[in-house]
Each structure stands twice: as structure tokens, then as C-alpha cells.
Design a protein around this ligand. Structure first.
Ligand SMILES: [Fe+2]
Length: 296
């Protein structure tokens, strides 16, 4: 049965219906899902109930090589979802089932998600699709915003397109964490994930469209004075996250939202996170097969 995509924004983002995510997909369904991703870059799949962890993981396996285990260490973090190493926990619930304490390092780490970012740009093997399933949502707020970097690139002045062509940014998870108030990273944390280099103007590989590739993880531009590079990255990020390039998703329990990190930035928005639990679980697909050793 054909899936139906209804646009949610003038430029990108769609709501897709007609897919049963709880069972194995056909080749044709996978082709439609990927085709919609190339067109819309963020797709919302409503579900009456959240997927089981196993269903979520089985779904994501259809759309690319998967992340398996942590790609970095957060000192002292206890993993609530340790039995499912393909899942990343981006909620505010601790391993005992309580709302994370104010001084929880895991909470402070996840606060960095409130900056505009791209999942895993701090890794040489980039994230392609992230699929986030809402298990518990607060009664208000806690939306996620997405910014279309292909549309933003298209709208850049030609002089800026020429200026940025070939420029390479250095992306470090620890840079964005410190920016967002995370305590000084421990030596163990720093050693667990060194920076990665990526061009800031790229061709999106599967749609062939030109795109920016930005993130708050980007600390500087190679070969450019640090402050000059930061100013350019800020100018581009401010440009790319203007209202006309942004879709804001209001979550409903059960939603699976899939986005393409190669051409979008996203950010979490605030909610009463000491009052309400928010349980969000993410699978992440990667550009290339994962060969690094499993990290707990
Ligand atoms: Fe993210």
C-alpha cells in the first residue's frame, strides 16, 4: 500500500501515514521511506502507542548501518536503556525511573541538545537518519525544532557560497557541551571522543542537493583564526535557522520522527523538566558500517 506524505511546511517536513512500523518492512516501503526523506528531510510517523524497543530497533535497521553502543563516555552515567545498546536515551529519566537530579551529569549532558546541532557531527562516521520515538511527553512544551540547511544554502548570497566552498570545520562534542553549561569535561570524557573534521558546504549524497553542514559542535574553521571562524559559523547558523527555514514539531505520544542529519539541524526546546518526565528514545543510522569497538 502506498504511504501518504502530507507536507507540514512550505519547504520540507511531512507527516507520513499508511505504515505499520511494528512489523518488518517490504523493499517497496523502505524505498518510499527513503524517497520521502530525500524530499522532506524530516518525516513524522504518528503511532497510537510507542514502539517496543525491539520494534524500534528493527525498523531502523531497514534504513542504514546502525549505531550500537555509546560513541563517547559521560563519566558516571548509568544507562537506563543498557539492555538495548542501539538506543540513545534523550529523556530526563534516570536509571531508577525518577526525574534526573539537577546535578546529574547525564542531565547536564543532554541540556546541550537545546543548541542547534546535528547528531554525531563530532564523529568522522556521520549520522544519517535519527529516529526518535516519544514514549512519554510533557503536557505542554518540549517541542523539537528542525532547520532545513538545503533551503538555507540555496538562499545564501552567491558571494557567501563562494566564500565557504571547501572550508572545513572542526566538530567536538565537548565544545558544545561546555557552551551549554556542562561542567569541565573529565580527561576520560575528552579521550573518549576527539574532534572530527567536515566541510561546511556539502552535496547531500542521496538527493544531490547542495547543503550546509553546521552544528553547535563546530568549534572553529581549519586554517582560519579561531574567532574569525566562530563568527562565520555563527553568521551561517543564524542565517540557516531563520523562521522560514524552521519546522517546529509538537510531540504526541507514539510519534516516531525521522530526520536526516546530513542536511538538517535540530534543537530541543525547554519544558518543565524538573516536574514532568519526558521519555524519548533514539536510534541512529550511520553513513558507513560501524567498525569501532563497542563502548559501554
Ligand atoms: Fe540531537
Amino acid at each position: 500500500m502506498p504511504l501518504i506524505a502530507e507536507p507540514l511546511h512550505d519547504l520540507f517536513a511531512a507527516r507520513v501515514t499508511g505504515l505499520d512500523m511494528t512489523r518488518p518492512l517490504t523493499e517497496d516501503e523502505v524505498a518510499q521511506i527513503v524517497g520521502f526523506m530525500d524530499r522532506y528531510a524530516v518525516c513524522v510517523y504518528p503511532n497510537d502507542v510507542p514502539l517496543s524497543n525491539e520494534q524500534h530497533i528493527a525498523f531502523a535497521r531497514h534504513i542504514g548501518p546502525m549505531q550500537h553502543g555509546h560513541v563517547l563516555t559521560v563519566t558516571g552515567r548509568k544507562d537506563r536503556l543498557a539492555a538495548w545498546p542501539e538506543l540513545v536515551d534523550v529523556g530526563n529519566i534516570d536509571s531508577e525511573g525518577n526525574i534526573q537530579a539537577p546535578d546529574s551529569r547525564a542531565r547536564q549532558f543532554n541540556n546541550g541538545n537545546r543548541l542547534w546541532h546535528t547528531d554525531m557531527s563530532f564523529h568522522p562516521n556521520r549520522a544519517t537518519y535519527s529516529a526518535l520515538n516519544a514514549h512519554r511527553v510533557p503536557p505542554a512544551q518540549g517541542d523539537t525544532e528542525f532547520a532545513d540547511e538545503r533551503a538555507a544554502y540555496d538562499a545564501l548570497p552567491e558571494a557567501m557560497k563562494r566564500r565557504i566552498e571547501g572550508l572545513v570545520a572542526s566538530h567536538s562534542i565537548w565544545y558544545s557541551r561546555v557552551l551549554s553549561g556542562f561542567p569541565e569535561p573529565t580527561p576520560e570524557e575528552i579521550a573518549s571522543r576527539p574532534p572530527a573534521l567536515h566541510k561546511i558546504a556539502q552535496v547531500h549524497p542521496t538527493s544531490g542537493r547542495k547543503t550546509l553542514y553546521l552544528a553547535s559542535h563546530a568549534s572553529h574553521i581549519e586554517g582560519m583564526p579561531v574567532e574569525e571562524g566562530r563568527a562565520l559559523l555563527k553568521e551561517l547558523t543564524d542565517f540557516a535557522t531563520q523562521h522560514q527555514f524552521v519546522y517546529r514539531h509538537r510531540w504526541s505520544k507514539g510519534d516516531v520522527v525521522i530526520w536526516d542529519n546530513r542536511c538538517l539541524m535540530h534543537r530541543a526546546t525547554p519544558f518543565e523538566d524538573f516536574k514532568y518526565p519526558r521519555d524519548m528514545r533514539r536510534t541512529t543510522c550511520r553513513e558507513h558500517a560501524v567498525v569501532e569497538p563497542f563502548m559501554h
